[in-house]
Design a protein around this ligand. Structure first.
Ligand code: NAP
Length: 266
């Protein structure tokens, strides 16, 4: 099992490439010779990254500014991708909200579901038949350790990531023997803009430095795992512990503990 052979006409599509894990995924793939299509809303950031990666790794890098939480924007993106030979699809864009569900902004919660769930599903459903047709391809879906467990005060996010985790692992099984793979990236704490976007300032105080991995470490582990056709990659010791606890500890024990942890982060 390996990643599709890079070619000047094929593209690795990376969503959420304007910062954090997505930016690092783009770099890991460019380093291996893959030409890219970078997707996010902040076009200036994408353009700067595209120029740097193209110069450094001699690959072609296209930029598609798109609000993936907006159905019309997604359709416009898919119309453009209809003319592109997509060989790798990294569905990584996402954000979280923290707080009691009743107190959170309903519009922001809906946006979270659109981005973390519906956009991931729409792009997968639209592009999977073409990956299968070309007989060689790789999908990476960024879920989370949060998707393995109940997360009081982080309920919408945990539910969206449960969808992402299950979609990725189900497709991994479904695609066996097709030449197309699907890998779940289930990170724990990764130093990115995630905490700032999620208004999660206290997480920095709560977690010691050794608990974090860098975006580069998470992305490199993810790309290596895609290349070996793995089902799930969980980068770093903290994430590995969360991964085991979230999957195997009884809900009756996890819920009160996580209520305290996430309650303290707000
Ligand atoms: N960091 C962590 O601790 C952690 C842990 C577990 C899972 N994750 C997951 O990892 C993924 C990447 O997050 P990150 O940590 O790298 O955070 P980040 O630095 O905040 O990056 C998020 C990316 O998503 C893009 N994005 C957000 N809203 C978007 C929208 N409406 N349309 C298109 N793109 C959008 C952002 O770009 P624009 O703002 O330019 O649109 C940005 O490129 C997410 O799915 C997140 O849930 C992160």
């Amino acid at each position: 099992m390996s990643l599709p052979t890079p070619s000047s006409s094929a593209r690795a599509v990376v969503t959420g490439a304007s910062s954090g894990i997505g930016e690092a995924l783009a770099e890991s793939l460019a380093r291996r010779g893959h030409s890219l299509t970078l997707v996010a809303r902040r076009q200036d950031r994408l353009r700067a990254l595209a120029d740097r990666l193209a110069a450094q790794y001699l690959v072609t890098v296209d930029v598609e500014a798109c609000d993936l939480s907006d159905r019309a924007h997604r359709e416009a993106l898919l119309a453009k991708l209809a003319h592109v030979d997509v060989s790798i699809l990294c569905l990584n864009a996402g954000f979280a909200t923290y707080g009691g569900l009743a107190a959170l902004d309903p519009a922001r919660e809906r946006e979270q579901v659109e981005l973390n769930v519906t956009a991931v599903h729409d792009l997968t459903v639209a592009l999977l038949p073409r990956l299968l047709e070309r007989g060689s391809g790789a999908i990476l879906i960024t879920g989370s350790t949060a998707g393995n467990q109940p997360s009081p005060y982080n309920a919408t996010y945990a539910a969206t990531k449960a969808f992402a985790n299950t979609l990725a692992e189900s497709l991994h099984g479904e695609l066996a023997g097709t030449g197309v793979t699907c890998t779940l990236l289930a990170p724990g704490p990764v130093r990115t803009e995630f905490a700032e976007v999620s208004h999660l300032g206290k997480v920095e105080e709560m977690l010691p430095a050794f608990a974090w991995v860098t975006a580069g470490e998470a992305a490199e582990a993810a790309v290596r795992s895609m290349a070996s056709g793995r089902r799930r990659v969980v980068p770093g010791a903290t994430a590995k512990l969360q991964n085991i606890g979230g999957q195997h500890a009884p809900r009756s024990i996890l819920n009160p503990i996580l209520r305290k942890v996430y309650g303290g982060m707000r």
